[in-house]
Structure formats: structure tokens, C-alpha cells
Design a protein around this ligand. Structure first.
Ligand SMILES: [Zn+2]
Length: 186
């Protein structure tokens, strides 16, 4: 199952609204990244309160909700790590991260949803707290991926927050497909 590997270029989400989830990263003021990160983590906790059997079911061609939650937890961790690199080094080059390999190697779908929820919230709080240390010219500090994509701390934050929000819509869509119900979750 292949979902947006790290080398796929999603940086267009900085230029225009996402057609799939509707989120417009360009409209996010950088001082809202920290509170938005905490609010998004709280929405993931609600997802993880669903029955474990539902959380582990994979809709056709998609990750399960639990796999997405594990991914989001790891995205928060990865972006926290990269944010600290940007704040502490000059224009660091980020190491590659293969998301599908990570999902398989860590057996995402076998993890305990309540543990994943706790880890997701702790990691999101750390990331939010580190974004709150950023002020003034620090928002213009830079970092690069190996595929050539270049970020400032501000664009990095706007890019980051789309991912867990986008996957909330993936999960809502997946729940709808699995259950046939009309309401959405998250
Ligand atoms: Zn999206």
C-alpha cells in the first residue's frame, strides 16, 4: 500500500488549497500553527476513541484509521525533529523518511489505539511548544529536503499542519466507506 512517500512533492499545498480536504495552507498565519497543532491532535484522539475493530479495518486501497493515526504521530515527531534542526543549524539537509517502510516495520495496525493517542498528543504538544519559541526573523530560518524542496520555518509549519488535517478527511472517508453511514468523524 503506497501513500504519498516522503519523496513525493506535496509542496504545492503551500501554493493552493487542497482539492481533496479543502485545507488552504496559504491562509494559515504562522502564529496559529501551534494552537492548530494542539487542536488537530485533540481531533485525532476522538478518532482513536472509536472501537479498535473499526480502527484496524482497511477500506479498499487505503490505510486503516489506526495506521493513519500512527503515521500522524510519527509525522509530528519527524517535524518536531526537523524544526529543531532548522532552529539550531543553518539550512540543514533533512534525512529521508520512507513512510510506507515505517508503517510496515512498526506494524502500525497492531499498535494499541490508546497508547498511540497518548503518544500522538505528547508529540504534538512538543511540536507546538517548539513552534511557540519561534519569533521574528526565526520564522525565516531555512531547511531542505533531499528532493530539493526548500522551506522556511513558516512554510514548514504551514506544510506540516496540512498532513494531519488531510488524513482526518481520509479517515472520515474511510469510515464512511466501511460503514455506509452518512456522518463523518473528526
Ligand atoms: Zn489535503
Amino acid at each position: 500500500l503506497t501513500i504519498e512517500p516522503d519523496n513525493k512533492d506535496w509542496t504545492w499545498v503551500l501554493e493552493r488549497p487542497c482539492a481533496e480536504c479543502g485545507f488552504d495552507a496559504s491562509a494559515v498565519a504562522h502564529e496559529t500553527i501551534a494552537p492548530l497543532t494542539r487542536a488537530t491532535a485533540a481531533r485525532w484522539l476522538l478518532v482513536l476513541a472509536e472501537p479498535t475493530s473499526l480502527l484496524r479495518r482497511r477500506p479498499e486501497g487505503r490505510w486503516s484509521a489506526l495506521e493513519y493515526a500512527c503515521h500522524v504521530r510519527d509525522v509530528f515527531w519527524l517535524f518536531d525533529h526537523r524544526l529543531l534542526l532548522m532552529l539550531n543549524e543553518d539550512d540543514p539537509l533533512f534525512a529521508n523518511w520512507d513512510q510506507d517502510r515505517s508503517a510496515a516495520a512498526d506494524r502500525y495496525n497492531e499498535q494499541d489505539p490508546s497508547t498511540v493517542g497518548q503518544e500522538l498528543v505528547v508529540t504534538a504538544r512538543s511540536l507546538a511548544a517548539n513552534f511557540e519559541t519561534v519569533s521574528g526573523p526565526m520564522w525565516r530560518r531555512r531547511g531542505r529536503r533531499t528532493d530539493g524542496a526548500a522551506f522556511t520555518v513558516a512554510s514548514f509549519g504551514r506544510y506540516m499542519i496540512h498532513d494531519p488535517l488531510h488524513h482526518l478527511s481520509d479517515v472520515a472517508e474511510g469510515f464512511n466507506r466501511l460503514s455506509g453511514r452518512a456522518d463523518t468523524v473528526g
